[in-house]
Design a binder for this molecule. Structure first.
Ligand code: HEM
Length: 179
């Protein structure tokens, strides 16, 4: 049984877990838990393929110009995209990379180089800050779809907004450096 001595009571101990945002990512530990919990649903093995395709399709439907950035996919109709192995493979690579990054949310020494490489690789194929903002714009609707909810709770919205803000920030920095 744990006992608390009177000297412990007098000392002002910090809370067991700080919930202040990480200075690099802007995400608090609670935000990280929320992102991981939602992502575990989106990336569950039985739905991951469908959810990956839904994510990219919703980007193409909302911002049709983004489809033109994909050389191999730009002339395909929505029906043809659904039948394309290139499209399916691309979606699964995007999901795998998102999963790898979310796996390092609190390990900024690993996360930051991953985000910088993502931004640099995308810069080469003309995907810049504006396109990542397009991705941010569809995220809320996307997770409502994944979670089968009409709207997201404020905690979920805050956590994903912070993560996407960090991502946009890295893309912007890379773009500024290359300009
Ligand atoms: C965090 C979000 C994203 C992740 C994790 C991601 C991941 C990836 C990965 C793993 C690849 C290489 C695999 C492949 O070419 O099939 C790739 C390529 C590419 N991505 Fe992304 N991506 C993201 C966001 C975006 C957005 C928002 C756009 C455009 C609006 C985009 C456009 C492209 C293009 C054009 C390529 C090159 C495809 C080609 O070679 O034809 N990506 N992305």
């Amino acid at each position: 049984m744990l006992t608390t001595s009177s000297s412990d009571k007098q000392r002002h101990l910090p809370p067991a877990m700080s919930d202040s945002p990480n200075p690099v990512t802007g995400l608090s530990p609670a935000d990280c838990d929320v992102v991981r919990a939602i992502w575990a649903k989106a990336y569950a093995p039985e739905v991951r393929k469908e959810n990956g395709e839904t994510l990219i399709l919703s980007l193409f439907k909302t911002f049709p110009e983004t489809q033109d950035l994909f050389r191999a996919l730009k002339d395909l109709s929505l029906k043809e995209l659904g039948e394309s192995n290139v499209f399916a493979r691309h979606c699964s690579l995007v999901m795998a990379q998102l999963n790898a990054m979310i796996g390092q949310l609190e390990n900024t020494d690993k996360l930051v180089p991953m985000l910088v490489k993502l931004a640099e690789d995308h810069y080469k194929v003309n995907v810049k800050t504006a396109e990542i903002k397009h991705l941010s714009a569809i995220t809320e609707g996307y997770f409502c779809h994944v979670l089968k909810q009409d709207q997201l709770s404020p905690e979920v919205t805050q956590a994903w907004t912070r993560l996407l803000t960090a991502l946009v920030g890295v893309f912007q920095q890379v773009e500024n450096q290359k300009a």
